[in-house]
Design a protein around this ligand. Structure first.
Ligand SMILES: Cc1ncc(COP(=O)(O)O)c(C=O)c1O
Length: 380
């Protein structure tokens, strides 16, 4: 049987990984500044993570949500403690899109309304409601287009207020730093306007932290740079360091009812163990603070690169923008310099999402490789 061919692939076959490096079948070493789409948070194959998962597998790997699972309570306590959101409630699922899907469904249950406000260039996933609030018509099938969604520009408080006054909106969903869209952020003033307008109009504010959460930007969640209180926070990628797990944090004002949300795989024993291991390493190795510092160092070094137009993002969720499309540059970086980087819907931007364990020496290696790759492109 052939694979359903939906992914354009780089010609690299990783078979092993260690911290910030991956190795192909010939033993070639690649510096991973992309973390497999921001998933690798505590580094590939962290010894504590491997030990916890192996031990858990020896005990019990999975049972469904029909029995007590103390690991879920342990995980809720640990996320609550590290995110300072201990009064929120936790619902567990298995991916980012599933977290978004559940957050929108919950907002609709809570308000008994169905229109959603999302933002230009947003990416929230590929399932039904998640893809409908994603600003990319190419990945929306006719089936998805039946959702009622209005896309606004960031920082347009007047339009947001006008839309919310129509009294048919259940949720405003935003990324504090856009990931796939290209690292743009709403202004501080707009963030506070969104929070206030949602409260005044009894609309759920959903912070999509699927990519930016779990310490990547130097705060536990990227929205926590500001003093706002979203009704729902979505999380996934860095949560399991590669083990599929997602979740939503639900504000205490939203009450649960049996059966309103559910999943077979979400919150299973192995997934909880993976995320607990991630949280322990994040705390023990102070990786959130480290991510902040490495972001500052990265930006300092980036200033020295000639021809660079803009540096965007915070902590280890970064983008460097050029005045040319970077597709060919990414290929040179991967094939000649052995460095993984990411792209975005802004074709002129390189996305940098390394494991949070990345060190200054790795960042220096990246800029050395980038300079060589840029020279090659100049001479072509
Ligand atoms: C901000 C954001 N939300 C949601 C998603 C969807 O996550 P998943 O691919 O796990 O479904 C992504 C994935 O890139 C994302 O970046």
């Amino acid at each position: 049987m052939k694979l359903f061919d939906v992914y354009p692939l780089y010609d690299v076959t990783p078979v092993r990984a260690d911290d910030v490096y991956v190795y192909d079948e010939k033993g070639t070493e690649y510096l991973d500044l992309y973390g497999g789409h921001a998933v690798i948070s505590i580094g590939h194959g962290h010894p504590h993570y491997v030990k916890k998962l192996k031990n858990q597998l020896d005990q019990i790997g999975f049972y469904s949500n029909a029995i007590h699972n103390p690991l879920q309570h342990e995980l809720a306590a640990a996320i609550g403690h590290q995110s300072c959101c201990s009064d929120y409630q936790l619902f567990l699922c298995s991916s980012g899109a599933e977290a978004i899907e559940n957050s929108l469904k919950l907002a609709s249950f809570q308000t008994n309304k169905k229109r959603v406000i999302a933002f230009k260039n947003a990416f929230h996933g590929r399932t039904s409601a998640a893809v409908a609030v994603t600003d990319n018509p190419k990945i929306n099938a006719p089936l998805n287009k039946q959702q009622e969604v209005t896309f606004l520009e960031f920082n347009d408080s007047a339009s947001l207020e006008k839309e919310l006054k129509k009294e048919d909106v259940c949720a405003v969903i935003f990324e504090a730093i856009q990931g796939v869209g290209g690292l743009d952020e709403p202004s501080e003033e707009f963030i506070y306007d969104m929070d206030r307008l949602c409260k005044e109009n009894k609309v759920c504010l959903i912070a999509d932290e699927v990519q930016s959460g779990f310490g990547r930007t130097g705060t536990f969640f990227a929205y926590q740079k500001y003093r706002i209180e979203p009704q729902i926070v979505t999380m996934a990628k860095g949560m399991g360091n590669g083990f599929p797990i997602g979740g939503i944090l639900v504000h205490p004002s939203i009450k649960a009812k049996y059966g309103m949300l559910g999943t077979t795989f979400g919150g299973n024993h192995l997934a909880c163990s993976a995320s607990l291991a991630v949280l322990k390493v994040l705390e023990d190795e102070r990786l959130q603070n480290h991510a902040f510092k490495m972001g500052v160092y990265f930006k300092e070094q980036a200033q020295k690169i000639k021809g660079l137009k803009k540096i965007k993002g915070r902590g280890l969720m970064l983008g460097i923008e050029f005045d040319f499309e970077v597709g060919a540059l990414r290929k040179t970086l991967i094939y000649d310099e052995k460095i993984f980087t990411g792209g975005s819907s802004n074709k002129k931007l390189l996305r940098i999402l390394p494991p949070l364990t990345v060190q200054k020496t790795h960042i220096d290696l990246f800029f050395k490789g980038l300079k060589k790759a840029l020279n090659k492109h100049k001479n072509q």
